[in-house]
Design a protein around this ligand. Structure first.
Ligand SMILES: Cc1ncc(COP(=O)(O)O)c(C=O)c1O
Length: 393
């Protein structure tokens, strides 16, 4: 039986060459490769500053830190995300204020943000942290307008959004990375481009970039790594509280090679999504994901919903039936308000966010990795259709 895993990274000779070159160079931690990765990433998204860090979790933490978010502050975000989005707020003593998602895009609902701000319950909101879910950019025109009206900063959780773009009023089609105050990307193993582990922060604000550069490596001068080469000095100064969030040159080497392939990798994801959409659009048991007009979807995830009324199995059984056919799947996301930590620490309850919880109860993510062969793709389509057919009421 064919086996199609949920994900397999697209690592090839180009990545191997860059890594070997780095390993043989005599410099393996943060250095020239990381600088190059930053420059090439900045050029790719069209951003003024790009700062490479150890992971997107660190990027989000540094972004909040650079904005001065601290104890008692509130940050509005979505419960339909990975825990990292909200977890980092707790690092700084701030509180995540969850707002439910739109039922079509699964992105945070701008009308819900307005309601939360108007409710009078949240008087300490300092920032918005939209998540571009699955690689489909949020409605940033509306979110930016809300931020301007309420004097809030925007940190985009762009973990899923390398390759995403959206029509922005007055600018046309704009890649994610230059819209909010700060954008945080992930290069985790499953992401659209990977460096095994890694992240990047982009910003147009030089002062925020300078602060993040220092904070990402113990509060030292940014070029402290130069102290080991012939142009450097042994002396360094500590300017601020800092963290150990630098990205090594070995990781950056993988990232550089992947970034050079980003168009090819994105096109393959888009082609897989199109094939799934065409195959499942008319199946009475399946709901395909919805893409808004004016969006260039990067398809980090293909999140489909089941129609429970048409099926005699639930989502978990559907996943088990696919697994029995050798098809790996996953579920994105488990709403954070249903999780023990968020209930204990912040008082959230299951039932607080009906849209996110309804999507969660019946969604599954199909394999959508560029290294998937056409035969793998055809096999997943055939398996999903067969399971849906056999499980119909
Ligand atoms: C929406 C979102 N934000 C943040 C992260 C954290 O990324 P990283 O693993 O690079 O820290 C993830 C990781 O899956 C994510 O999905």
């Amino acid at each position: 039986m064919r086996q199609v895993p949920f994900h397999r990274p697209a690592i090839g000779p180009a990545e191997e060459r860059e890594v070997i070159d780095t390993l043989r160079s005599g410099w393996i931690t943060t250095g020239p490769k990381t600088k190059k990765f930053e420059q090439e990433f900045a050029a790719y998204v069209g951003a003024r500053n790009a700062l490479a860090v150890a992971h997107c979790t660190g990027a989000l933490h540094l972004a909040l830190f650079a904005l001065g978010i601290g104890p008692g502050d509130e940050v509005i975000t979505t419960p339909f995300t990975f825990t990292a989005t909200a977890e980092v707020m707790g690092y700084l003593g701030a509180r995540p204020v969850f707002v439910d998602i739109e039922p079509d895009t699964f992105n945070i609902d701008p009308a819900g943000i307005e309601r939360a701000l108007a409710s009078g319950t949240h008087r300490n909101v300092r920032a918005l942290m939209p998540v571009h879910f699955a690689g489909q950019a949020c409605d940033m025109d509306r979110i930016c307008a809300i931020a301007r009206r309420h004097n809030l900063k925007i940190i985009e959780d762009a973990a899923h959004a390398v390759g995403s773009a959206r029509m922005i009023e007055g600018r046309g089609m704009v890649k994610v990375g230059t819209i909010g105050d700060l954008s945080c990307f992930s290069f985790y193993a499953t992401k659209n481009i990977t460096s095994a582990e890694g992240g990047m922060i982009t910003t147009e604000d030089d002062a925020l970039a300078a602060k993040i550069a220092v904070a990402s490596l113990h509060g030292m001068d940014r070029d402290a790594w130069k102290r080991y080469d012939s142009s450097g000095s042994w002396f360094y100064e500590i300017h601020d509280t800092g963290f150990k969030y630098n990205l090594s040159d070995v990781h950056s080497a993988i990232g550089i090679a992947q970034l050079r392939r980003v168009e090819e990798l994105t096109r393959r994801r888009q082609a897989i999504a199109r094939a799934y959409n065409e195959a499942f659009a008319n199946d009475p048991a399946l709901e395909i994901p919805i893409t808004e007009a004016g969006v260039e979807h990067a398809w980090h995830l293909y999140v489909m919903r089941l129609r429970p009324a048409a099926l005699k199995v639930d989502r978990s059984q559907f996943i088990d039936l696919l697994r029995a056919r050798g098809v790996g799947t996953s579920v994105h996301c488990i709403p954070l308000n249903t999780m023990d930590f968020y209930q204990q620490r912040y008082g959230y309850r299951t039932g607080d966010f009906p849209v996110a919880e309804d999507v969660y109860s019946r969604c599954l993510s199909l394999p959508i990795f560029p290294a998937m062969s056409d035969e793998d793709l055809a096999y997943v389509i055939e398996s999903v259709r067969a399971v849906a057919r056999e499980s119909r009421r």
